[in-house]
Design a protein around this ligand. Structure first.
Ligand SMILES: [Zn+2]
Length: 571
C-alpha cells in the first residue's frame, strides 16, 4: 500500500508567490460579503399582489423571497421572470446553487445547466461547473411561479470553496429561505465563521435569535485524512457528500471539537451532471464553456476529488458563534507545538492611555489579546497564554518572567499609542541595540510616553539583523528574531487595518528587553486620534487587529520551520 505524505503546504506555491500582493490588497475581511438580497414575508394564506417588491432582471445571481406576494407589476400566480446579465469570472471551478418555488432554470452562455435536486424533499439544486474560463459570461435564469403562496427564487454560480448561505427565520428549516449570502474565503483552507453575536446575520430580514442557516460549498480535496473542527453557539450538523458527520442538534454551546475524516475519491460528477452532455452537444458551444462541458461529458475523471460540504446551524438562545474548518490532517509532534505568550498591556489601576471618547488603552488591548488567544485556540495546536485575561494590574517585570517560565517561542505585548491628535498609525518595537536611555520598570510607562524611539530604518534591515554583541548578557539576545517577528506583525497589522505604517523600531522597553525569547511590543494605533480611536473601539476592527497579530505570529513561526498553512485565515 502506498502512503502519501500529507502536508498543509500542498498546492500552496501560487498563493505563496502572490502572498505579499494579496496581503496588501486585503482590507482585513476574512470573507467578502458579495450579496444580500431579500424581502420580508407577508404571512397571509392566499397569494396577494400587495406589498410587492421590485425585481431586478439584470441580476446574474437573483435572490428573492416574495412569500405570499409577487414582484412589482406581476400577478400573484402564474408568472415568469427572465433574468439575464453578463457576469465576470476568474478562471476556475464553480458550482451552481439554486432554490426556487416553483422552478428555475439556469444557463451560462446560452447552455442550460442541469442542476440536480439535493434530495427529494427540498427545493435546493446544485451543479458543478468545472474550469470556467476567465472573462465575462452571460448568465440567464428563467423563473416560473405557478400557484401557491410562497414565491422565491435563488440562483448563484459560486467559486469552489466559497460558502453559499441560506437563512431561515426558524430553526427547523421550514418553508423557503428568506435570504442568501456568499462568503468567499481568502485562503485555500475551508473556513467558515459566523460571529454576529446577538445581532442578526441579515439585519432587517432575519431574526436576532431563532434562525437557521444552511451553508454549502464544493471543494477539490485530495484523498486522505482531514481534520474537521467546529464549535457552535447552538445546534450544528455537518454533511460531507451527503453523509452526516456531525450531529449536535441541540440547544447550548458546543465546545470546540476536532474529528478526523477520511476523504476518498468518488465519482460525484455522474450523479449531478448526467444530462449535461445532451445540452452541450445540441447547441453551438461558445469557446468559453467548451472546455467545461467537455470535461463533464467524459468519464468525470477530473471530478473524483470534488466534494460537497454542507453545514447547518441554528440559534435559539445563545449568541451565534460558528467556527468550522476542514483542513488536511497533519500529525503534530511535540516539536511542532509552539508556545505563544500574549501580553495585553496595563490593567487594573494602570489604565494606560486614555483617549478620544474616554476609551482606555487597558480595555482595548485586553479585548484584542483575548481575541488573538481565541484564534490560536480555535485554529492551532499551539499553546497560548495571556499575561492577564482580566482587568488586573500586573507589574511589568512579571510579564517577561511569565513568558520565560512558559518557555515561550514568541512574546507579543499589545498596546495602543497616545500622542497629539494628529498622530496616527501602527508601530512595533523590538529590543535591538543599546540606547543611551535606560528605563525603569515603572508600571506607569506607556510605550508612547517613553523617550527615544528612533526609527532605525529596519525595513532596510542590512546591518541591523544581529546586534547581540552590543547587548549585556542580561538583555534579550533574540535581536534578529525579535526584529523579524516585529516586521511580520507590523506588515499584517498595517495591511489589515489600513492605518499609517510608522515602522518597526528598536526601543528599550522592559517587557521586551528583560525577555529571553523573540519579543515585540506593538502599538495598534493612537487612542488620541479620532479615526484610530474609532477603529480601536470597534469590535470589528479589534477582531481584524487580533487576526493580523495571529497571522504575523504564524508568519514568524513559518520562518522557524513550522508549517502553519493549515491555520491561516487568509494568504
Ligand atoms: Zn501602553
Amino acid at each position: 500500500m502506498q502512503k502519501i505524505k500529507r502536508s498543509c503546504k500542498k498546492k500552496r506555491e501560487i498563493s505563496k508567490k502572490s502572498k505579499q500582493i494579496v496581503a496588501l490588497l486585503l482590507t482585513g475581511t476574512l470573507f467578502t460579503n458579495l450579496m444580500i438580497t431579500t424581502s420580508l414575508a407577508a404571512t397571509t394564506t392566499q397569494p396577494t399582489t400587495t406589498n410587492q417588491k421590485e425585481v431586478n432582471l439584470k441580476d446574474p445571481s437573483p435572490a428573492y423571497y416574495w412569500g405570499a406576494s409577487s414582484p412589482k407589476n406581476y400577478p400573484a400566480n402564474n408568472f415568469t421572470l427572465h433574468f439575464s446579465a453578463s457576469s465576470s469570472f476568474d478562471q476556475g471551478d464553480y458550482f451552481l446553487s439554486t432554490y426556487a418555488n416553483d422552478n428555475v432554470k439556469t444557463s451560462i452562455d446560452g447552455q442550460p445547466i442541469e442542476a440536480k435536486n439535493e434530495n427529494s424533499t427540498e427545493r435546493y439544486a446544485t451543479s458543478i461547473l468545472e474550469n470556467i474560463q476567465e472573462g465575462d459570461h452571460l448568465i440567464e435564469n428563467d423563473y416560473t411561479k405557478l400557484t401557491g403562496n410562497d414565491a422565491s427564487v435563488f440562483s448563484i454560480i459560486a467559486p469552489f470553496s466559497s460558502w453559499v448561505a441560506y437563512y431561515y427565520n426558524n430553526t427547523t428549516f421550514t418553508g423557503s429561505p428568506l435570504s442568501r449570502q456568499m462568503f468567499t474565503p481568502t485562503t485555500e483552507n475551508l473556513i467558515l465563521r459566523a460571529q454576529n453575536g446577538t445581532d442578526s446575520p441579515v439585519p432587517g430580514v432575519i431574526n436576532k435569535t431563532n434562525y437557521g442557516v444552511k451553508y454549502i460549498t464544493y471543494a477539490r480535496l485530495a484523498k486522505g485524512k482531514y481534520k474537521l473542527s467546529y464549535k457552535s453557539g447552538e445546534g450544528i450538523k455537518v454533511y460531507i457528500d451527503g453523509k452526516q458527520v456531525v450531529a449536535k442538534w441541540t440547544d447550548g454551546k458546543k465546545a470546540k471539537t476536532d474529528i478526523l475524516i477520511d476523504i476518498a475519491d468518488q465519482n460525484i460528477g455522474n450523479q449531478s451532471n448526467t444530462n449535461q452532455g445532451t445540452a452541450n452537444q445540441s447547441t453551438t458551444n461558445t469557446s468559453t464553456t467548451n472546455q467545461n462541458t467537455t470535461n463533464q461529458n467524459t468519464a468525470n475523471q477530473t471530478q473524483q476529488d470534488i466534494h460537497k460540504i454542507e453545514v447547518r446551524t441554528y440559534n435559539r438562545k445563545s449568541p451565534q458563534d460558528l467556527f468550522f474548518t476542514f483542513v488536511p490532517y497533519v500529525k503534530t509532534t511535540s516539536a511542532m507545538i509552539k508556545t505563544i505568550v500574549l501580553d495585553p498591556g496595563h490593567g487594573g489601576k494602570d489604565t494606560g492611555a486614555i483617549g478620544v471618547g474616554k476609551i482606555r488603552e487597558k480595555d482595548i488591548v485586553l479585548d484584542v489579546g483575548k481575541r488573538t488567544e481565541a484564534l490560536f485556540k480555535d485554529f492551532t495546536p499551539f499553546k497560548v497564554f495571556l499575561t492577564r485575561s482580566t482587568d488586573v494590574f500586573i507589574p511589568l517585570e512579571q510579564r517577561p518572567v511569565f513568558a520565560i517560565n512558559k518557555k515561550a517561542d514568541a512574546f507579543v505585548s499589545i498596546h495602543a499609542n497616545s500622542g497629539s491628535t494628529s498622530a496616527s498609525g501602527i508601530e512595533t518595537y523590538y529590543y535591538g541595540v543599546k540606547t543611551s536611555q535606560s528605563f525603569s520598570l515603572s508600571p506607569n510607562f506607556t510605550g508612547s510616553s517613553l523617550p527615544g524611539g528612533k526609527n532605525l530604518g529596519v525595513k532596510n534591515s542590512s546591518g541591523l539583523s544581529n546586534n547581540s554583541s552590543l547587548l549585556s548578557s542580561k538583555k534579550n539576545p533574540y535581536v534578529s528574531d525579535s526584529l523579524l517577528l516585529g516586521q511580520l506583525i507590523q506588515f499584517r497589522l498595517t495591511a489589515a487595518l489600513g492605518l499609517q505604517d510608522r515602522g518597526v523600531k528598536s526601543q528599550s522597553l522592559a517587557v521586551i528587553r528583560e525577555n529571553n525569547l523573540p519579543a515585540v511590543l506593538t502599538e495598534l494605533g493612537f487612542v488620541t486620534n479620532k479615526q484610530d480611536a474609532e477603529m480601536l473601539a470597534s469590535p470589528y476592527w479589534k477582531q481584524k487587529a487580533a487576526e493580523a497579530i495571529y497571522m504575523g505570529i504564524l508568519d514568524f513561526l513559518e520562518t522557524q520551520g513550522i508549517d502553519t498553512e493549515c491555520y491561516k485565515l487568509y494568504n
